[in-house]
Design a protein around this ligand. Sequence first.
Ligand code: 5AD
Ligand code: SF4
Ligand code: FES
Length: 364
Amino acid sequence: MSITEQILQNKNFTKENIISLLQLGKTEAKLLFAESLKTKRESIGLDVHLRGLIEYSNICEKNCLYCGLRKSTEKKNTYTLSDNQIDFCIQEAIRLQYGSVALQCGEQSGKEFTEKITQIIKKIKQVSENKIGITLSCGEQSKETYREWFNAGAHRYLLRIETSNEDLYYKIHPKNSTHSFYNRVKCLEDLKDLGYQVGTGVMVGLPFQSTEDLADDILFFKQKDVAMIGLGPFIPHQDTPLWQFRENIPDKQERMFLTLKMIAILRLVMPEINMVSATANQTLDPLGREKAIVAGANIIMPNLTPTSKREDYAIYPDKACVKDSPDDCANCLEIRMRGIEHNIVYNEWGDSLAFIKKHTAFKS
Ligand code: 5AD
Ligand code: SF4
Ligand code: FES
């Protein structure tokens, strides 16, 4: 039996073994992918749940060195969706039978912003008669704000740690008090404490990132016992400081391959979590999102943002679907998922089984 077969059979996911899985070449990795798909089938099945994506605003107060929405990068247009546009997104989610939405925006602070998000959450709940689940992704906030949003009806929160290596964190973020690794970890703890289903994740293929870092990321997720993961490849953006290191990262194919291996290993290490197939996968590979699902992911985020605004939410360049409408994405995904023999589930929240089980265990 090969070493890979031994690791997979014994489910012996030590740091050393995770590193060796991350280093697998194309042929041996097939074993990993086969095992991951099998585990997915047995633990959560081949259903795919949707989070209709609402990109609420591209305004951001932060300056992450990789992101096109950063404060110091001049944007062609800044926008915040109007009430009418939000209503449009909610109506589209209902019409397209999406069981959940994900409300995302650049990180902003201040009462006006936090209260607006509260209002939107309440509106989604009210208009959909509580049928639509809500994932928020609005960055680092105070515990009070997180509580307010939870009480308004949000029940999942995605806050990527970006990298679990503190040194690397400060290579991809400016070193100042608004970009604190410590605070980000604290936010994840606050969210969990409040009862959210908490998700985190990293970018794969960052400059200065080692295979050991990626293995540590997996162990970090496990240790934090998160319910959801959203990870995806790093894509250099020409208007950001990290662009200068674009030659010092794995090439497109390698970044995609590494991302798929991360997903597959995570499905083995944490079989019942929800894992997103990120849109960024499709920027690197036309079939990237399907490949991520086959590798172990089970969530897709079809875009609901009005088409006229999509281009302005340019976190990274060449984002998929910027010229498409909500209907286009809905039809497209149905065909794509059927093509890989997965089944899109409509009108369900699609909570993480890992979370549901723990939650019910708590109550009884
Ligand atoms: N490439 C890939 N992902 C990125 N993100 C930000 N910038 C990039 C980029 N250049 C991701 C980060 C962040 C989320 C909003 O988008 O992980 O958490
Ligand atoms: Fe703002 Fe998030 Fe982009 Fe950082 S990653 S600049 S917080 S939108
Ligand atoms: Fe948007 Fe394919 S998912 S067009």
